[in-house]
Ligand binder design. Structure first.
Ligand code: GUN
Ligand code: ZN
Length: 404
């Protein structure tokens, strides 16, 4: 199968570029990429199309997709009032399976073909979510949530049961199991230690939250006296290149240094930080300290599924904090929501249009007035990002399969 048009190709290690080009898909992979006119009439795309890698969301919550939009609360009140009730519904694994299928559709509609997401504490529901995302072809890390305090009884089973059921979870297709202690304040030291051991034994990715909201940070300090929030995770072996920690709004210099030293990844969630009034995470300062950064929608903390729109919010936050120095060029933002996020999540063959990569891609048709602008606009990548509409997506290809 051949796809052709303006292809978004890798450009070095942290940018993309557009070129008139084509690619050939063989089974689930991109077999060949060529610049210039396609060798035969393309099956997908054409002169007015763009071909983009599928998007990668580095942090979201599957059971929260119906909870988008509950405004007016900060993190801890919002978790108690909105999120824990939503997650309790996943005690019914059939409900979870159906919902995971709906979420897969929603992600694909927005062009997201890979994600690192949280399920719930329910092992059966988590297994159902893994199987469902895999059946829809998505690449995913699905976190089995661990928590044993500061949450309702229904969501805090005994530690031994949580850890044992976590151990028994199995990957399916391209959906992997990850270890997801929710955040330090919802875990006792015993549970954090067990999570660290499980991650070390299995090599699974660790997903958690870090330093999102002031009241949360204060409570973490109280529960783990004398330790910074970041040190708490390090104390239990949870910081490594295989750890993705969402938010990092209130980090200090020592915490940034520790994250950089361990090679851990902060999943920046600008739309959630705005929605839950948590504060602005300073990505520029994190990067300057050597911290690796990914970008996530954090549904439902953030209300926006579309990753190009989340990238726009990343840019806006950066400009708010740093003015002109905060400008992130569109070629880097596009890279961030594709191969950049994939690299951070340990997927070096995902979300890039190059030979050998997995064939996850989008055929885009900007409509008439935008197409006109393409010829005149000096920054085509900037134009695509800032004028982005999900309705431009005409076809989604997941692991070489064209979606209906
Ligand atoms: N911290 C702990 N759990 C959550 C969650 O579900 N969403 C967000 N935004 N932050 C969290
Ligand atoms: Zn989150």
């Amino acid at each position: 199968m051949i796809a052709a048009g303006r292809l978004m190709l890798p450009n070095g290690t942290d940018a993309v570029r557009l070129a008139d080009a084509w690619l050939r898909i063989e089974n689930d992979r991109i077999a060949e990429v060529g610049e210039g006119p396609p060798p035969v009439e393309p099956d997908l795309g054409g002169p007015t199309s763009y071909v983009l890698p599928g998007f990668v969301d580095a942090h979201c919550h599957l059971p929260q997709f119906d909870a988008i939009g509950a405004d007016g609360m900060e993190l801890l009140d919002w978790l108690a009032a909105v999120i824990f009730p939503a997650e309790t519904r996943w005690q019914d694994a059939t409900y979870a399976r159906d919902m995971a299928d709906r979420v897969a559709s929603r992600l694909l509609t927005a062009g997201t073909t890979a994600c690192a997401c949280f399920a719930t504490v329910h092992a059966e529901a988590t297994q159902a979510a893994i199987e469902t995302l895999a059946a829809r072809g998505l690449r995913a890390h699905v976190g089995h949530v661990l928590m044993d305090r500061h949450a309702p009884r229904a969501l805090t089973p005994p530690i031994a049961a949580q850890v044992e059921s976590s151990r028994q979870l199995r990957p399916a297709g391209r959906a992997e199991v990850s270890v997801a202690p929710r955040f330090a304040i919802s875990c006792t030291p015993e549970l954090l230690a067990a999570a660290g051991e499980l991650a070390a034994k299995t090599g699974r990715l660790v997903q958690t939250h870090l330093s999102e909201n002031r009241a949360e940070v204060a409570l973490a300090r109280e529960l783990f006296p004398g330790r910074s929030y970041t040190q708490v995770y390090d104390d239990f072996g949870l910081l490594s290149e295989r750890a993705v920690l969402a938010h990092g709004v209130w980090l200090d210099d020592d915490e940034r240094s520790l994250l950089a030293e361990r090679g851990a990844i902060v999943a920046h969630c600008p739309t959630a930080n705005a929605f839950l009034m948590s504060g602005d995470a300073d990505v520029r300062t994190m990067r300057a300290a050597g911290v690796r950064v990914a970008l996530g929608s954090d549904i439902a903390g953030g209300p926006i599924v579309s990753m190009p729109r989340v990238a726009r919010h990343m840019l806006e936050t950066s400009k708010r904090l740093h003015g002109r120095d905060g400008v992130i060029p569109p070629e880097r933002l596009w890279r961030q929501i594709t191969a950049g996020n994939a690299d951070a999540l340990g997927w070096p063959r995902t979300s890039r249009l190059e030979p050998g990569a997995e064939a996850d891609l989008l055929i885009i048709e900007p409509d008439a007035c935008e197409r006109l602008a393409r010829d005149r606009w000096p920054n085509e990548l900037g134009y695509l990002l800032h004028a982005w509409q999900d309705r431009w997506i005409r076809r989604v290809v997941v692991a070489g399969r064209v979606q209906p």
